[in-house]
Design a protein around this ligand. Structure first.
Ligand code: FES
Ligand code: FE2
Length: 422
């Protein structure tokens, strides 16, 4: 069956809101230190930021620590004995040492290593050694400083404003409505790739927001999966949609893909679209529920590769017939970014599944290296100042939308204004 790119376009056009133009897009926000300062204050300082999933704190007294470098925030997230998820600044009240230095663990009491002040995982200060030698210090006033924290569909968010202008639900808006009840298969098991890159955070994020590049950059890996020489040579998306500040694009999957003759390991691992190049497959009912959910591939077109969904500003959730994976892009300076990929897979129950997953992990690593190497060169080229604007086509509409929303937040006097809530 021929893939009709023309019939895909009316759906895709839906994601181009009336106020989003089609002209060249300035690249100053990718290289300007002044713009980076505005993003620090008005985007990351005001938006709800996704810290991970509740499964990363699997039982009572689990904790994780995170860092939001652009806001200079050290974050401690705890699950107490009653399963309340809380967030605090990871800063001791005594002389402001970093309290917890591990990235995760299980503990109900945290000891500061410097002078041994102690804190319960609900934030209370529980112990001050030699308290009589202080000058009227009150333990009750010395708890950890809380950070506003909320959970949506298993995703943990924080807001670094002293008083958030908007609730998490208001922030997510129509995205939350569309994805209500969405299943997240194998959320408790993931392999993780983390790296520091010499790119602006939007530069690397953009590399995961369009499939126009796959045939060119990924010819030996996924170039023939998310595109097809005969059916869809330029990887045009099936559909796309803006949900307020957030957005999603459905990518094409090549139904005729089979691993090349000489790809012996891939042929061993391969059992269909969802395994050969996208995700380790499983017959889980959750995967059927995922594919049937109205938000997944909303036009229910055949030849579905994966959906690329973005929660503003820096959190990307991808899902397809085989499950889901996430990307986080944490700015560390105007031209450096800490990037985290988490690929959720089931526990392997057979040798074959294990081979599929090992192949998947290697394939992901290959693909990411292709993307990362390119974007670092792109950043240097952009910084040369040779060009001031870039030209985006319809299939790159997520990038256009992201730039427009960031600009709106930078130029708006408040988060409420940026979200059109006032
Ligand atoms: S700085 Fe934490 S106990 Fe002194
Ligand atoms: Fe790519």
């Amino acid at each position: 069956m021929a893939y009709d790119t023309e019939t895909a376009r009316p759906d895709f056009a839906r994601m181009t809101p009336a106020d989003l133009d089609t002209g060249p897009v300035p690249c100053a926000p990718y290289i300007s230190p002044d713009w980076f300062e505005l993003e620090r204050e008005r985007v990351f300082g005001r938006a709800w930021l996704c810290m991970g999933r509740v499964e990363q704190l699997p039982e009572p007294n689990s904790f994780i620590t995170r860092e939001v470098e652009i806001c200079k925030a050290l974050v401690l997230i705890t699950r107490d004995k009653d399963d309340n998820i809380r967030a605090f600044h990871n800063v001791c009240s005594h002389r402001l040492n970093m309290l917890v230095t591990e990235s995760s663990g299980k503990r109900s009491i945290f000891n500061c290593r410097y002078h041994n002040w102690t804190y319960r995982n609900n934030g209370d200060c529980t112990g001050i050694p030699d308290i009589k030698n202080f000058f009227g210090v009150d333990k009750k006033q010395c708890g950890l400083t809380p950070i506003h924290c909320d959970v949506w569909q298993g995703f943990i968010f924080i807001n670094l404003q002293a008083e958030p202008e908007v609730t998490l639900r208001e922030f997510l808006g129509p995205y939350a409505e569309a994805y209500e009840g969405f299943p997240y298969p194998f959320a408790d098991n993931a392999y993780v790739i983390e790296s520091n890159l010499n790119v602006n955070w939007k530069q690397i994020a953009d590399a995961f927001a369009e499939s126009y590049h796959v045939a060119a950059i990924h010819p030996a890996t996924i170039g023939n999966t998310f595109a097809s020489k005969s059916l869809n040579p330029f990887g045009r998306p099936l559909s796309g949609h803006a949900y307020g500040a957030h957005r999603v694009m459905c990518t094409f999957g090549n139904p005729d893909y089979v691993p090349p003759e000489d790809a012996h390991v891939e042929r061993l691992a391969y059992s269909g679209m969802d395994t050969g190049n996208v995700l380790g497959g499983s017959d889980s009912k959750k995967l059927q529920d995922l594919a049937n959910h109205p938000a997944a591939n909303p036009t229910k077109r055949p030849n579905w590769g994966a959906d690329v969904s973005w929660i503003f500003p820096n959190f990307n959730i991808d899902y397809g017939p085989g499950g889901f994976w996430t990307h986080e892009f944490w700015p560390t300076s105007v031209n450096s970014t800490r990037w985290i990929l988490r690929v959720h897979v089931p526990e392997a129950t057979s040798v074959r599944e294990r081979i599929m997953q090992e192949h998947l992990a290697c394939r992901f690593a290959e693909v990411m290296l292709e993307d990362v190497t390119n974007t670092q060169a792109q950043q240097r080229a952009m910084e040369s100042g040779a060009k001031t604007h870039m030209h985006l086509q319809d299939g790159e509409m997520l990038i256009r939308h992201s730039n427009a929303v960031i600009r709106k937040w930078v130029e708006s006097g408040s988060a409420r204004e940026a979200l059109d809530l006032d």
